[in-house]
Design a protein around this ligand. Structure first.
Ligand SMILES: Cc1cc2nc3c(=O)[nH]c(=O)nc-3n(C[C@H](O)[C@H](O)[C@H](O)COP(=O)(O)OP(=O)(O)OC[C@H]3O[C@@H](n4cnc5c(N)ncnc54)[C@H](O)[C@@H]3O)c2cc1C
Length: 401
């Protein structure tokens, strides 16, 4: 693994830095715009300059650059250093857009990708149902083709952001007679219609980030199906692959660890900064080791991708590693907080910036959920064992078909 960049890439880094120096932060009247508007304006310019939405063709609103993982990494690093808004994050840009690029029809790409990457429309993911989480293919929500429309009845659960979403991509059973995995289709639908009821689910943090969604004769046009009828399972696996990559990104772990070090500097134990306590230092160093290994695993994945090789097990491990590390960081933070760990949880933040004690409590609670979201840690271990190590299939899962 060679971690240095060639002169050609260092020249590219110079171009990225020059663009950032001239464009971020916004100046004059633009600097007074609300945060989201400022970010949107900057992103538009970064796309025009060829630095964001690089893998997306121009006709779908992207900047259509040749695939180059090293350039992509340089952009991420320099944008993070300048604290400039990077790629639009979230379910729509990170999961649906790559799925549409791989499996969507031409009109779907033209209609949905550009407004999604600019943040003008928001998506939610309707996969899980009561009783169908890890065993997702057992889902029961039905879609029946009546004339030119799919008519949808059933229920989804744990639907993150459904209360803010304009559209949902969801899995429905469209071929009741077909075998479990073969009877599912991948549909897009508008959330702004009478047949949909969104009920918030309150978490232990006090926030209600996810919801139950009920469909009573909800409708969507016949051609809002991604992939072929009955082949939604294959399409859904494309989305899940991108979901795991999104959750497994090492940059988050590193940023959270840096924030933990600041916490150890500002909290005290026996009258001294906690960072001077040998037991705390020991745990911090051990954690830094995990975080750095995770980061270098990411570089290994990058090096393989740069050589057009299959990243294999390294990629499969990323999601599991990052949720484990996130939980270990949050556990140490809670120990540092002592009695303040009983605070009402504050809203979780991203990035290396300082977090309040209440936000650390929120971070700890979030770290438990992230080991479940997008496939639980146990399921991810199965995936690593079966697809990564070639072990026999999990007995319980294969018995269920
Ligand atoms: C923060 C968060 C956000 C979410 N957002 C969304 C969303 O936007 N859209 C959406 O559709 N879903 C969402 N989910 C749901 C998530 O995908 C499911 O919770 C997850 O797939 C697990 O399913 P389950 O809750 O039904 O648990 P179960 O499948 O019932 O699992 C319970 C336990 O049994 C274990 N288990 C089950 N089967 C096996 C097996 N074969 N081998 C070993 N262990 C097994 C699991 O690992 C777990 O520990 C979200 C969940 C969380 C926590």
């Amino acid at each position: 693994m060679d971690l240095s960049y060639s002169a050609e890439y260092e020249k590219f880094r110079g171009e990225v830095k020059a663009f950032l120096a001239g464009s971020w932060p916004l100046r004059g009247d633009e600097a007074k715009l609300p945060g989201e508007k400022r970010a949107a304006l900057f992103r538009e310019r970064a796309i025009a300059a060829g630095f964001l939405a690089r893998s997306i063709p121009k006709r779908y609103g992207g900047s259509e650059q040749a695939a180059d993982v090293l350039k992509a990494q340089i952009i991420r690093d320099e944008f993070a250093r300048a604290r400039a808004p990077g790629e639009m994050a979230g379910i729509g840009p990170s999961m649906l857009v790559p799925t549409l690029l791989e499996k969507g029809s031409e009109w779907q790409k033209e209609r949905f990708i550009a407004p999604t990457i600019r943040g003008e429309i928001v998506w939610c993911q309707g996969y899980s149902e009561p009783g169908s989480g890890s065993d997702l293919a057992s889902l029961q929500t039905k879609a029946e083709l009546r004339g030119d429309e799919w008519v949808i009845n059933g229920q989804k659960i744990w639907t993150s952001g459904a209360h803010r979403a304009d559209y949902m991509f969801c899995l429905c059973r469209t071929e009741p007679a077909a075998q479990k995995h073969g009877g599912i289709s991948y549909l897009l639908l508008s959330m702004k219609q009478p047949g949909i009821e969104v009920r918030p689910l309150r978490q232990m943090t006090g926030a209600a980030d996810f919801n139950e969604v009920f469909f009573t004769d909800a409708r969507t046009p016949k051609d809002w199906i991604v992939g072929k009828r009955g082949e939604g399972w294959l399409v859904s696996r494309t989305t899940l692959k991108h979901e795991r990559n999104m959750i497994g990104d090492a940059a988050n772990a590193l940023a959270t660890f840096q924030s933990l070090v600041s916490l150890a500097q500002r909290t005290t134990r026996a009258g001294k900064p906690a960072i001077q306590d040998p037991a705390i230092r020991q745990r911090l160093v051990q954690l830094e080791g995990y975080v750095r290994s995770h980061q270098y695993s990411g570089y290994r994945q990058l090096t393989k991708a740069a050589k057009s090789q299959d990243p294999g097990r390294v990629q499969l491990m990323n999601k599991l590693t990052s949720t484990n590390i996130g939980n270990e960081i949050a556990k140490l933070a809670l120990d540092l907080l002592g009695d303040d760990g009983l605070y009402e949880p504050g809203e979780r933040t991203l990035g290396a910036g300082p977090r309040s004690n209440a936000q650390w409590v929120g971070q700890f609670m979030w770290s438990l959920g992230s080991a479940v979201a997008g496939g639980t840690a146990n399921i991810q271990r199965n995936v690593i064992g079966e697809r990564g190590l070639g072990l026999p299939r999990d007995a319980a899962a294969s018995a269920k078909g």
